[in-house]
Design a protein around this ligand. Structure first.
Ligand code: NAD
Length: 349
């Protein structure tokens, strides 16, 4: 990402400024976001650009829409509505809308322009940034996809005010991840400002979205295609993947449990001290984010971990903490150690 792209963080949609001329604009969103925001959003676009030809495509909310059938249906819609290489796709919604729309934009006529307008905390701090797009094939998550840069990302933090509490908390789990990989002061900020954050204080929301997006942009700039340092963004994800898939937990909560496992393993191996280990757990607990689980077999979790597409040469890649807000990628952890730590975290339920 030589020059990068801009992330605008605003309190409404009014300042969205599409400078290029497009023959058509397709806004892709889901049913929930449509009900809340599409009218306001399209009115704003119309006010900014007269005579703009705007189409909408509405998907069903949720992960099940990230599939080949929906991809094909939207492609047919694009062809029927004569979208061309001079057209623009806008993704208005959470990570599901963003990943799907990004993949469509990157493949329709070999790539047309894309703008992300993320509306969940997870998509504002994570999925809209870094250029990953994708859809699932059966049980295999994000196996079909591309790296594709948007023109820009426009975040209206007030959309977070309509998000369900659990979706918001799930996003907070990703926010904590950024503090743990590289910003110890931010960890203290999250502890000190917990009440304001949970009350959706606008100043705090802008601060955390800006902080996290900057951290992610800086990491992705160094390693766009995830061959090295970008892997640290997967803290808690390899362990969490098994919990998410087998336990049906939200992505963010599964990552929090996975992060607990990574921290327990690091503590047992002497990479971090007890005080830091306990402080990190206390942050999750103060937000009431689950860090233990029940009812899933540890061997089954290990099996899912082994299939993680982020592994290399059949070795499980784990991101482990090595000190205050510093982490490293390791691939030499013994399977028994991994199973033990999964079981210990489960036994704390
Ligand atoms: N591309 C990446 O780098 C990357 C990174 C992390 C996750 N992801 C992907 O992101 C997806 C998860 O994203 P998500 O957590 O945003 O889920 P999501 O898109 O399913 O949104 C969660 C729910 O919130 C609703 N919603 C969205 N915005 C709302 C708002 N402002 N108010 C009320 N409801 C709203 C949606 O309709 C949905 O029901 C997964 O598919 C995951 O694979 C991608």
């Amino acid at each position: 990402m030589e020059s990068g792209y801009k992330v605008y963080i605003k309190k409404d949609f009014n300042e969205i400024d599409i400078k290029k001329n497009y023959d058509k604009v397709l806004v892709i969103t889901d049913e929930n976001v449509k009900k809340l925001y599409i009218n306001d959003f399209i009115r704003t676009l119309n006010l900014k650009k007269k005579n703009i030809n705007i189409k909408q495509y509405i998907i069903n909310p949720g992960e099940n829409s990230k599939n080949l059938k929906v991809y094909e249906d939207i492609f047919k819609f694009c062809i029927e509505n004569e979208l061309s290489r001079k057209s623009l796709i806008i993704a208005l919604g959470g990570g599901v809308v963003g990943d799907l729309s990004g993949f469509i934009a990157s493949t329709y006529m070999r790539g047309i322009d894309l703008i992300h307008c993320p509306t969940t905390l997870l998509s504002q701090v994570d999925s809209s940034i870094g250029g990953k797009t994708g859809i699932n094939l059966g049980n295999y998550k994000n196996v079909i996809g591309s790296f594709y840069r948007p023109e820009f990302i426009y975040i209206n933090i007030n959309t977070l005010k309509t998000l369900s509490y659990n979706e918001f908390l799930s996003g907070i789990s990703e926010v904590i991840k950024y503090a743990l990989i590289c910003d110890y002061e931010f960890l203290d900020y999250l502890l000190k400002n917990k009440d304001k954050i949970l009350n959706l204080d606008s100043g705090c929301l802008i601060y955390i979205v800006e902080k996290c997006s900057n951290i992610k942009i800086n990491i992705v700039k160094k390693d766009e295609k995830e061959s090295g340092i970008r892997k640290i963004l997967n803290l808690g994800h390899t362990f969490g993947h098994g919990i998410e898939k087998l336990g049906g937990l939200s992505h963010g909560f599964a990552v929090a449990i996975g992060t607990h496992m990574a921290f327990k393993l690091a503590y047992k191996k002497g990479y971090i001290n007890k005080a830091y280990y306990e402080k990190v757990l206390s942050v999750y607990k103060s937000y009431d984010i689950p860090i233990t689980f029940d009812g899933i077999n540890s061997i089954d979790i290990l099996k899912v971990m082994k299939k993680d597409k982020k592994n290399s040469f059949s070795k499980i890649n784990l991101v482990l903490p090595t000190g205050h807000s510093s982490v490293d990628v390791v691939d030499n952890i013994d399977e028994n150690e991994t199973i033990n730590v999964i079981e210990e975290v489960r036994d704390e339920f």
